[in-house]
Each structure stands twice: as structure tokens, then as C-alpha cells.
Design a binder for this molecule. Structure first.
Ligand code: SF4
Length: 301
């Protein structure tokens, strides 16, 4: 069994445990503010889970407090702007925010979650400037390579936009982490593995796998309540995940094997609310099935 997990990767790189500090830039999203749409992606509840907006130093102190029970005094941190589209705002404000977040010595990198269509010239300049001080990771929510699914979830940009963004980010020396959702309506295991394989060959340095979960108040919830969409069982999720891991080059770092759902608003699947149990089941299955990252590529499948 082998997969290239983030925590081992960071430990080898920094010689210490590295924790994420979940922060909010207070940006909205073109898929929500009326530019591309007003209802967002069908699964997005618009709550911007985890981080609360506000003064960045206060946010960092609160985020440190959240991980303080686990993190020792030698721990290192990544400032992680997680919710919404964190490059979708006025450049001077973002500049101040990101520099303040990377200032503490024990912050080793800044991670910025955004959309590939929100990386204009000015934002790229800013990210490159930041990257000269400390490594910048840019996280892109691709979710799928399949056009029909992308239209169904109302992602709002095409695959060519993703490809161009990855090429620019890599040329500028940044780390690219791509999100994929497993269990999107209409997708089978083969399609999910195709997306993982594409991400792996696109130049991405890392990947985050998420399960499609239904959150209260989303358009997906209405479709699920009407019986139009189904969610994966734990077994089906793990089977799809195994295919995807086998379809990724070994150099791609796996940041997540499953997402962190907002438990309070979770409608389905309820098994996903017990993250500890889910991760335990994934690890046991990987061991049982002797999952080797990249094995499907080696066999030329
Ligand atoms: S792009 Fe992200 S923040 Fe915007 S609607 Fe979609 S999931 Fe929500």
C-alpha cells in the first residue's frame, strides 16, 4: 500500500508537524454575486464554513487556538484562505491581508483557494510577489473534467480555463492544489478516475478529494429531496477513491482523502459526518486492497 499523503510530505520537508490555520479573506464569489450567477454551485451552501471574516491577526489567533490542543510549541503553520474565491477582491486589501498572514515566522506557506477564472494579471502579480517571500499554494475547485457535470453543478467555466490557469501558476513557480468531488450526479467510477488522471497529468502538485454531500439550504438539497440525485454509500466512495488514487502519478501529493462537511447542515450521506470512522474505513480498505498510487498508470490502463 502506498499513497503520497500531505502530512508525511510536510514532515519530510519541514521536519515538524504543519497545521492549517483556516482564515477568511471576506471575498465573495462571481458565482454568487451576480457576475456569473447568484445561486452558486449547486452544492455550495454559501456559509463559508469554518473561518469567520474579520481582523486577520484576530482570525489567526482564533485559528491557532482551534488547533492548540494538537499543535506543540514546535509546530509550523500554513495560512489557509479557504472559503469562497479568495482572489476576488480589491488588490490592495488582499495584499495587506496575505502579507499579514505570512508574517509570523512559524507560518511556512500561504494557501489561497480560488477559481481558475479569477486569476487576472493583477492578482497573478500579487501572488508572485507573495511567492518570493514564502511559498504560495493556489487551490482550484475543478471538481470534474466532464462538461455535462460541470454544467449541471453550475461551475461556470470550461476546462480550457483550468488548463490555462495551471500553466500560468506553474510558470510563475507556485504550487497548485486541485479539488475533485466524488459522487457528482451522472458520474460513474470510470468518469471519476478520468478526472483524477487528468488532474494528475495537468501539472497539479496536489489534490484534495471530497465526497458530494448534501447541505441544507442548497439547490442540491432540493434535488435530493425530490429524489433526483443520490449520494454515495461509504463503500462506493472508497471504491471510487481507490480508482482515483491508482490513477494519480506518485509525485502528486494527496491533501485529503475526504472533505470536512459542515455537520450542522449535513442532510446526506449521514455517514460522512463521522470523519474519524470514514478515514479509518478508507485506511483499512487501502490496506486490504493494497492500493498503490499510480499503479493504473504503470499498467498503461
Ligand atoms: S465557486 Fe466555490 S464559493 Fe463559488 S459558488 Fe462555487 S463552491 Fe461556492
Amino acid at each position: 500500500m502506498y499513497w503520497n499523503g500531505l502530512s508525511d510530505h510536510l514532515k519530510a520537508q519541514y521536519g515538524a508537524k504543519v497545521y492549517k490555520l483556516a482564515l477568511s479573506s471576506g471575498c465573495t464569489c462571481p458565482n454568487r454575486d451576480g457576475t456569473l450567477g447568484s445561486r452558486g454551485c449547486i452544492f455550495c451552501d454559501g456559509s463559508g464554513a469554518f473561518a469567520q471574516a474579520g481582523d486577520i491577526r484576530g482570525q489567526m489567533a482564533a485559528a491557532r487556538a482551534r488547533v492548540s490542543a494538537k499543535a506543540g510549541k514546535d509546530a509550523l503553520y500554513i495560512a489557509y484562505f479557504q472559503s469562497f474565491t479568495n482572489t476576488y477582491g480589491a488588490i490592495p486589501r488582499l495584499r495587506e491581508l496575505y502579507f499579514a498572514a505570512m508574517e509570523p515566522e512559524d507560518v511556512v506557506a500561504v494557501s489561497v483557494a480560488t477559481r481558475p477564472d479569477c486569476l487576472g494579471a493583477e492578482v497573478m502579480e500579487l501572488l508572485m510577489e507573495l511567492n518570493r517571500h514564502k511559498p504560495v499554494w493556489v487551490e482550484l475547485g475543478l471538481q470534474t473534467i466532464h462538461p455535462a457535470t460541470a454544467a449541471y453543478i453550475r461551475r461556470g467555466y470550461g476546462l480550457a480555463v483550468y488548463d490555462a490557469a495551471v500553466a500560468r501558476l506553474k510558470a510563475a513557480g507556485m504550487q497548485v492544489v486541485v479539488h475533485q468531488i466524488l459522487g457528482l450526479p451522472g458520474e460513474d467510477r470510470r468518469m471519476m478516475a478520468q478526472t483524477a488522471r487528468y488532474i494528475g497529468s495537468s501539472g497539479a502538485d496536489g489534490i484534495k478529494f471530497h465526497l458530494l454531500h448534501v447541505l441544507r439550504g442548497t439547490d442540491l438539497a432540493e434535488k435530493w429531496q425530490a429524489g433526483e440525485v443520490e449520494v454515495l454509500s461509504l463503500e462506493a466512495y472508497i471504491a471510487a477513491l481507490e480508482d482515483c488514487v491508482r490513477s494519480l502519478p506518485r509525485s502528486v501529493v494527496i491533501h485529503r482523502l475526504t472533505g470536512d462537511g459542515a455537520k450542522r447542515d449535513l442532510l446526506s450521506p449521514l455517514w460522512s459526518g463521522d470523519k474519524k470512522r470514514v478515514l479509518g474505513a478508507i485506511h483499512a480498505a487501502f490496506l486490504r486492497d493494497d492500493v498503490e498510487q499510480g499503479s493504473a498508470l504503470r499498467k498503461g490502463h
